[in-house]
Design a protein. Structure first.
Length: 236
């Protein structure tokens, strides 16, 4: 039976890299992102590189949790099983007290509420199956607060805490939960010229992290997986 991986934030950065990883592993893919045009481009590339891979795409705006809930229900109704969930959708905004209410809503809705909605619904399906793997994209900013991105840090801190609790709750259901916590990753989200891109964490490092976590023996697990950026640590 062909296994299925559902990946949010699939059209860019880490989500895109992990879409390629799971395609290479022989999974059917359900790819979710905001912009359909970017998803269409990714689908074409995946079908070119992995002709036997089944790819399904859905344009979903994570700033609107109610819409996410409705669309995800429809997606899950059509699936017999979901073996892997990767929650990679996220936004980064600098600032704290100067952020507008709209900016705060966007940060919280995308990084936390919509991500939790997806996770909760897929978890229920995995509980019915009796197995599954979940990878949430946190951040080292969620492990220790970072000045100048306080609101972003708060959303990631909440996601780390949620993921750790979910890890404990899902153990008895044969579902593993790992919160990947990278520092600055070389994606368009961080391409602001302040740090040389070659010194940032590569998206392939996240692929290797997922592959490592999945390679552990049945008795081992990682609930949180920090990945440091050496140049950032050097600046402290």
């Amino acid at each position: 039976m062909v296994k299925t991986a559902l990946i949010t934030g699939a059209s860019r950065g880490i989500g895109r890299a992990l879409s390629n990883y799971f395609a290479k592993q022989g999974y059917s893919l359900i790819l979710i992102a905001k912009h359909q045009a970017h998803l269409d481009t990714l689908e074409q590339e995946l079908k070119r590189d992995f002709p036997d891979t089944c790819v399904e795409t859905h344009s979903v705006d994570f700033t609107q949790p109610e819409t996410v809930e409705v669309k995800l229900d429809k997606i899950l109704e059509e699936q017999d099983s979901i073996e892997v969930l990767v929650n990679s959708a996220g936004v980064l905004m600098a600032g704290h007290v100067e952020l507008t209410t709209q900016h705060l809503f966007e940060l919280i809705n995308v990084n936390l509420l919509s991500t939790m909605l997806v996770c909760n619904k897929v978890c229920k399906k995995m509980q019915q199956q009796g197995y599954g793997e979940i990878f949430n994209l946190g951040s080292t900013a969620g492990l220790a607060p970072v000045a100048k991105i306080a609101a972003y840090s708060a959303t990631k801190s909440a996601l780390v805490s949620y993921s750790q609790s979910l890890y404990s709750e899902m153990l008895e259901h044969n579902i593993t939960v790992c919160c990947l916590c990278p520092s600055v990753v070389n994606t368009d989200m961080t391409n602001d010229g302040r740090i040389d891109n070659t010194l940032k964490i590569d998206t392939d490092d996240l692929v290797k992290a997922v592959d490592f976590a999945r390679s552990l023996s049945p008795g081992a697990a990682m609930s949180v997986f920090p990945i440091r950026c050496k140049v950032m640590d050097n600046l402290k």
